[in-house]
Ligand binder design. Structure first.
Ligand SMILES: O=C(O)c1cccc(C(=O)CC[C@H]2O[C@@H](n3cnc4c(=O)[nH]cnc43)[C@H](O)[C@@H]2O)c1
Length: 226
């Protein structure tokens, strides 16, 4: 007999996860608001808010209230690699802070150089939060490095500095909070991001948010339809 898996899906905004919500409403039993079940899965959807602080708080509350077998973070994100098509869906192999530190005129001093955090203090490994055992081995996605920011990169010198320093493929505003909480709880996890925009000087008209949300949610629906 197969045991039911208890999953938490975290999304910053309802818009990013609305198609999956509609799918679950239509195909699963609704047991409470944003809480669904079928024979194989119990799925809670948490709208965590944009940014690391509200994600950390709301995720902490959810993890204190319930016991989960795994957590997914599903959202859109910016991409440093222009060879990857907009709308591509990727998993995240590692996360790191990219704007927690101090400015020194044109230079950036990170939290480690400032001496407030050690690069290898658990759950950090060389300053990164690694996902070494991704949920369902990454759900068929390519796994890439990501950074988290409070301020979306939108100025050429900042973009060049962050791209050079971290070698990341993806940028979001919540990923590190999710990795941190899951690693601390020793909870299997996977962060999934669909590329809504390239990380360039701000050009909101070029963002493909609808395409990214469709592809992200299709990937999740395919997973629950298997
Ligand atoms: O305008 C809309 O219709 C809309 C619908 C759903 C979501 C949004 C967002 O703006 C979500 C913000 C969310 O996206 C992540 N994100 C996207 N691109 C980047 C980026 O280049 N750098 C950092 N974060 C990015 C971020 O995690 C926000 O939570 C709009």
């Amino acid at each position: 007999m197969q045991l039911m898996k208890n999953l938490l899906i975290v999304s910053a905004t309802e818009a990013e996860i609305l198609p999956l919500l509609r799918f679950l409403e239509a195909n699963f039993r609704t047991v409470a608001q944003h809480s669904f079940q079928n024979e194989r899965y119990s799925v809670d959807i948490l709208i965590s808010g944009v940014g690391m602080m509200s994600t950390a708080y709301n995720l902490g509350v959810a993890l204190a209230r319930n016991t989960y077998d795994a957590a997914l973070q599903a959202g859109i994100g910016g991409c440093f690699d222009m060879q990857l098509p907009l709308g591509s869906v990727l998993g995240v192999a590692s996360e790191c802070y990219a704007d927690l530190g101090a400015e020194n005129r044109g230079a950036y001093i990170d939290i480690y150089e400032l001496g407030f955090l050690q690069k290898d203090t658990y759950p950090f490994t060389d300053g990164k939060l690694l996902n070494l055992k991704p949920f369902e081995a990454g759900m068929g996605l390519d796994l890439v490095p990501a950074i988290s920011v409070n301020t979306v990169s939108g100025h050429s010198p900042t973009i060049a500095a962050r791209a050079g320093r971290y070698g990341a493929v993806l940028e979001s505003m919540e990923g590190i909070a999710f990795h941190y909480a899951c690693l601390q709880q020793q909870l299997p996890f996977l962060q999934i991001r669909a590329i809504s925009n390239y990380v360039t000087p701000r050009d909101r008209d070029a963002w493909q948010i609808g395409l990214a949300i469709r592809n992200l949610n299709q990937h999740l629906q395919d997973f629950f339809s298997k």
